[in-house]
Design a protein around this ligand. Structure first.
Ligand SMILES: Cc1ncc(COP(=O)(O)O)c(C=O)c1O
Length: 409
């Protein structure tokens, strides 16, 4: 007879043997002292650490105005929406946020989801299941949510090499002109931090009459005059067909969305199972996200501080001889290339230096590309950066430290 328990346990054992088993650290965040947090170490003693992997890039989750909105609307409207959008789950806060998102991305309409993951899966599946013969053309480095979205339908898929425009052209030109095509890519790739050649992708896709779908999850809030993302930075907002974003990273609250033409949004709203059959976001969450976006649009200085911090981090890593993979974004990954080593380094960083850097292992990255992904925020200070670079040098290079000033830590 099939032994379910031992089957599952064996699978977990294999994962542990491969060094890819996930251990969750309790990262007890402090709004006041961010990026500091507290946790219990192996001996059960409470310790303080510095978080280097939060996606709260602009620290909006700790902003008084955003927190106050969340509290105020919770008191007024209650905690949950308790309904799907169609059945008592739409409030003025949902509508206002969708209006803000559409304006921000210069689109006719926007649609809220409980996360960008859900937005990717639902939007991609809904289009593919309803447009007969639609073929996905997807960058090989696309996020798990995009892959999951494409997997959930029987439509054919063609994968182009990461950011390789010759390969994309080769694929597009090999397909019949009348075949519906959907080109899916990210603007900033979440782990490697590589940036898509969005202008070239738009030009190519127009030439071959393909629909375009971009995941701007790691660009929203950080790029462009008002922080709407890379498409704003390149003034290409009108050229992209469907844009996906999150409210959970730079916006610092919770949820996801797509922005597109009124027709596309109405279509996904009307046919998307993952939109229709789930409870909508809590009203207070919508209101807090709206407040956060208002601040992000107004306050350009926060974005500048953030990008200056990215430059300072990279300069300091170089000074300490810590190798990272160069790219044009804000995500700095330090290659390690082995799952167990990656976990060991992260463990040592936490236990000996009170630095929290989550190892990025398979299946988030292919085997052999394990890395430490450093995410800086607007609130990290030079002393934090120096300490990180010093510690990485010490652990990764295991050679004498070139420069370190105790007083800086
Ligand atoms: C590129 C990308 N797309 C989508 C998502 C999912 O976003 P959310 O957390 O809003 O579901 C993530 C989250 O890590 C991501 O990195």
């Amino acid at each position: 007879m099939f032994n379910y328990d031992s089957f599952l346990k064996n699978k977990l054992r294999e994962l542990k043997d491969a060094g890819s088993y996930r251990y969750f650290l309790e990262v007890n965040k402090s709004a006041q002292h961010f990026p500091h947090f507290h946790y219990l170490n192996n001996e059960g003693v409470q310790r303080s650490g510095v978080n280097w992997c939060s996606n709260d890039y602009l620290c909006m989750s700790t902003r008084e105005e955003v927190i106050a909105k969340l509290g105020f609307v919770t008191h007024r409207s209650g905690t949950g929406s308790s309904g799907t959008r169609n059945i008592s789950g739409t409030t003025i806060y949902h509508k206002e946020l969708e209006k803000t998102l559409a304006e921000w991305h210069k689109k006719e309409a926007a649609l809220l989801f409980n996360g960008a993951y859900a937005a990717n899966v639902t939007a991609l599946q809904t289009l593919a299941r309803n447009i007969s013969g639609l073929i996905f053309i997807s960058d090989e480095r696309n996020h798990a949510s995009i892959i999951e979205g494409m997997r959930g339908c029987k439509n054919p898929k063609m994968i182009f090499r990461h950011n390789d425009m010759d390969h994309l052209r080769e694929i597009l030109s090999s397909l019949p002109a009348e075949q519906p095509k959907l080109v899916v890519f990210e603007s900033v790739y979440s782990i490697t931090g590589t940036v898509a050649p969005i202008k070239e992708i738009i030009e190519l896709t127009k030439e071959y009459n393909a629909l375009t779908y971009v995941d701007e999850v790691h660009a929203v809030g950080l790029y462009g005059e008002t922080g709407a993302g890379l498409f704003e930075k390149e003034s290409l907002e009108h050229e992209i067909d469907i844009l996906n974003g999150t409210l959970s990273k730079a916006v610092g609250v919770f949820g996801g969305y797509i922005a597109a033409s009124a027709t596309v949004i109405d279509f996904i709203r009307s046919f998307g199972s993952g939109f229709i059959f789930t409870t909508s976001l809590p009203p207070a969450v919508c209101s807090a996200a709206n407040k956060s976006i208002q601040l992000i649009r107004e306050e350009r200085e926060e974005r500048q501080v953030f990008h200056q911090n990215v430059l300072l981090l990279r300069k300091t890593l170089k000074e300490y001889g810590v190798k990272y993979t160069p790219n044009d974004s804000h995500i700095t990954s330090v290659p390690v290339g082995d799952a167990n080593r990656c976990r060991e380094v992260a463990h040592e960083l936490l236990q000996k230096q009170s630095i929290y850097l989550q190892p990025i292992n398979y299946p988030t990255v292919p085997v052999g590309e394990e890395c430490l992904r450093i995410v800086i925020t607007a609130r990290h200070q030079p002393k934090h950066i120096n300490h990180l670079a010093y510690s990485l040098n010490k652990i990764l290079n295991a050679r004498p430290v070139i420069k370190y000033n105790e007083a800086n830590v």
